[in-house]
Design a protein around this ligand. Structure first.
Ligand SMILES: NC(=O)c1ccc[n+]([C@@H]2O[C@H](COP(=O)([O-])OP(=O)(O)OC[C@H]3O[C@@H](n4cnc5c(N)ncnc54)[C@H](O)[C@@H]3O)[C@@H](O)[C@H]2O)c1
Length: 379
């Protein structure tokens, strides 16, 4: 028996599109009891919201997220707005008993994120945060290999997320598309935007981070603000690097910047264990590199595994061995797992509480950089 899950989407930008695509596709490829129904999209500009609704097949439009949450025909609220507009809708949706899917980072800071956790837990509503990179089949496979003990004791975790789109000093801050440069809307720069992804994956694969030592830099100190029309100080971190200890005794090294000329979205990680190592690269997302020390020495070396066979995570839902999937599929996988979790009652991570841990690491990183000292991760 199929059950509808009526979705109310807030924000129809980049993520609004990836999520809408996932709602449209998921039931063609995954067999779940709950089926998403694109019930309403909410945006401040009615005409643009209507155009989005027409293009993506939403049944109706709202211009005020409070009205959307008040509707009895909406089961789940999906929050795809800038970071400063996650907590308000999430807490209101929890109080209204709605299921919630929220974009990352969960909030502006841990204090706000903690309140969101309390709200969903008090209301007992299903919740998930869109740290979608967990659901790239190669990354999910890395998790399986680690959990099977194939790497043995882990010594090192290394991750980078490199971009180059803010090098131009004439790029303004604030408003549509450029809210990421405005600390009011974003909370932080690359730490909350990019490193948060690396931290979520790292905690998932390698366990909790206990303490950090970080440095940040803002290369362009002033930019014109689109909302005020004035030159204003840039308060986000343009680049961030940090060292950390994990609870399992391994050492971590993370770097992110929007000033790495030539890199658009180079998310990579490498994990070194006593028996084996793993390496992954978003630009080649269907491959996992693997080095197994137990191989015969004459053939021992890094091997590249193409993650397309039907026995690889999620791949039995797609095409035939050898044929690739892409970025958009990570969102479809997340929706599929979330719908399944509604059926089984077993939460699909990362929950708000999981995402709070990532937020606490981000806060510790920013504190460490500001105070120039090692900082324990709260929690
Ligand atoms: N999971 C990922 O990989 C990933 C990738 C990109 C962005 N994100 C996150 O998704 C969120 C949105 O980012 P984006 O890239 O889609 O941004 P975007 O600028 O493309 O879209 C933001 C949308 O929010 C809308 N909005 C702003 N204020 C609103 C309000 N008061 N009421 C209703 N709508 C409002 C805007 O009109 C726009 O449609 C951010 O939290 C970001 O960090 C996650």
């Amino acid at each position: 028996m199929s059950k509808p899950l009526n979705i109310g989407l807030i924000g129809y930008g980049f993520m609004g599109r990836t999520h809408s695509n996932a709602y449209s596709q998921v039931s063609h490829f995954f067999d779940t009891e709950y089926k998403p129904v694109k019930k309403a999209v909410c945006g401040r500009d009615k005409e643009k919201a209507q155009a989005f609704a027409d293009q993506w097949g939403y049944e109706s439009v709202e211009t005020d997220w409070k009205q959307l949450i008040a509707r009895n025909d909406i089961d789940a609220i999906d929050i795809c707005t800038p970071n400063n507009l996650h907590s308000g809708p999430a807490i209101a949706a929890a109080e209204a008993g709605k299921t919630i899917l929220c974009e990352k980072p969960l909030a502006i800071d841990s204090e706000e994120a903690e309140k969101m956790c309390e709200a969903v837990e008090k209301a007992g509503v299903p919740n998930i945060v869109w740290y979608n990179y967990r659901r790239i089949p190669a990354v999910t496979l890395a998790k399986q290999l680690i959990d099977e003990g194939r790497l043995g004791k882990i010594f090192h975790y290394r991750a980078n997320f490199l971009q180059d789109w803010t090098i131009n000093a004439d790029l303004p801050q604030g408003g549509a598309a450029l809210w990421r440069l405005d600390a009011e809307a974003a909370g932080s720069g690359v730490t909350g935007d990019l490193l948060a992804h690396c931290i979520d994956t790292a905690i998932w694969l390698n366990g909790s981070i206990t303490d950090v030592s970080a440095m940040t830099e803002t290369f362009v100190k002033e930019r014109m603000h689109n909302l005020t029309g004035k030159m204003e100080a840039v308060k986000i971190d343009d680049a961030c690097a940090f060292l950390c200890h994990f609870g399992n005794g391994s050492l971590g090294l993370f770097e992110s910047t929007r000033y790495a000329r030539g890199h658009k979205a180079l998310y990579t990680f490498e994990i070194n264990g006593e028996k084996a190592s793993i390496r992954w690269d978003l630009h080649d997302l269907n491959r996992l590199e693997y080095f197994d020390h137990s191989d015969d020495s004459v053939v021992r070396g890094w091997r590249t595994v193409h993650i397309t066979d039907g026995d690889m995570p999620y791949m039995d839902h797609w095409w035939v061995p050898g044929l690739c999937i892409g970025y958009e599929h990570t969102f479809i996988h997340q929706v599929a797992d979330f719908l399944k979790s509604l059926e089984t009652g077993e939460a699909a991570g990362p929950t708000f509480r999981d995402a709070l841990e990532t937020q606490q690491v981000c806060d510790a990183v920013l504190h460490s950089a500001k105070e120039r000292c090692w900082t324990d991760v709260a929690g």
